[in-house]
Design a protein around this ligand. Structure first.
Ligand code: UDP
Length: 312
């Protein structure tokens, strides 16, 4: 295969899995990342692969890629609520300036670009489950606004490049995804709960724990992203696992899997924390012939193994 894929955010959780996926399918992969939230450890196993190249690049600055690119997977962005609080301006800039820089590269190369959008475009949704047709309920000036609005702008900008320049685009609205290579301290529920359970500490549930999420295992998501890239669908499409669970039940499931006797402690609910989230994936089923296949039990067991190995 002599096709080249550019992955932005290559050292991150999802970006590094994308590098693996496209290397396994014999593409040449160029990974770029500014390493603010990414970690080179996530791609260290690819270092010696002749089809893989990494460059430390901040896509919000001037930069050049001196190779012909066929596909772009734009996954660079902080992606955890505590990141949005710590680096709000970087979060906004990568979704806006960074996205435009990447779109220009796509245009120059006549490449197909897939952008990582998010279920956060639906905000604290008033429609349940969330269909792609739902416009969302986002507080632009709330703590999550920097991420949500950057991603909404990213969708709008990418769509404008499609309608105005004829750029070939894909928009994946990615729901909560988990698996190996999530950051131990990224503050999200899954890494926090697993690490707390493995250390025999209390699990920190925010609010009353009745809020829900729907967690998708990373391998399933990768398959969905690949199928979307290979489709010719240029409108947003939800990618996630509709298996919804409350955060209380999720915490108890993790305690049970850890075989430790941990307690749950309740901390305040962050501002604008969505009450419910579950993707309607009818479009992905119909258009991409895709649906997640990994049960939460199987996915969590694999993820536990990973966290056990790095916490040693
Ligand atoms: N959450 C929690 N304890 C934690 C971290 C998160 O109870 O230590 C809650 C959080 O308030 C939210 C849910 O778990 O309701 C999922 O949070 P996460 O940050 O993983 O993802 P997101 O809110 O972006 O969906």
């Amino acid at each position: 295969m002599d096709k080249t894929v550019l992955v932005s955010g290559a050292a991150g959780f999802l970006g590094s899995h994308l590098c693996d996926l496209f290397i396994s399918k014999n593409y040449k992969v160029i990974g770029i990342d500014n390493l603010v939230t990414g970690d080179l450890k996530n791609i260290s196993h690819l270092k010696k692969n002749i089809n893989f190249k990494f460059e430390k690049i901040d896509i919000t600055t001037d930069f050049e890629i001196n190779e012909k690119i066929d596909f772009i997977l734009h996954f660079a962005s902080p992606a955890s609520p505590i990141d949005y609080l710590k680096i709000p301006l970087e979060t906004m800039r990568v979704g806006s300036l960074g996205t435009e820089n990447i779109l220009k590269i796509a245009l120059e190369n006549n490449a197909t670009i897939l952008i990582a959008s998010t279920s956060e475009v639906y905000g604290d949704p008033l429609e349940h489950p969330q269909k792609e047709s739902y416009y969302g309920n986002v507080n632009p000036i709330g703590p999550r606004g920097v991420y949500d609005e950057a991603k909404r702008f990213q969708e709008a900008l990418t769509t404008a490049y499609h309608t105005f320049h004829g750029l070939d685009i894909r928009i994946a609205r990615i729901f909560n995804t988990y698996g190996p290579r999530m950051r131990v301290n990224d503050g999200r529920a899954l890494p926090s709960f697993i690490c707390q359970a493995l250390k025999n500490e209390s699990l920190t549930v925010f609010g009353d724990g009745n809020q829900s999420r729907s967690f998708c295992y990373v391998d399933d998501l990768m398959e969905g992203v690949y199928k979307l890239l290979k489709s010719n669908y240029s409108k947003p499409i939800n990618l996630g696992n509709p298996d919804e669970i409350t955060i209380n039940d999720f915490a108890n499931e993790i305690i049970h899997l850890s075989k430790n006797d941990c307690k749950i402690i309740y901390n305040p609910l962050p501002i604008n924390d969505p009450l419910k989230r579950k993707p309607d994936i009818s479009k992905a089923i119909q258009i991409l012939d895709w649906k997640p296949l990994t049960s939460r039990k199987e996915g969590l067991e694999k993820t536990f193994k990973y966290f056990k190995s790095i916490l040693k």
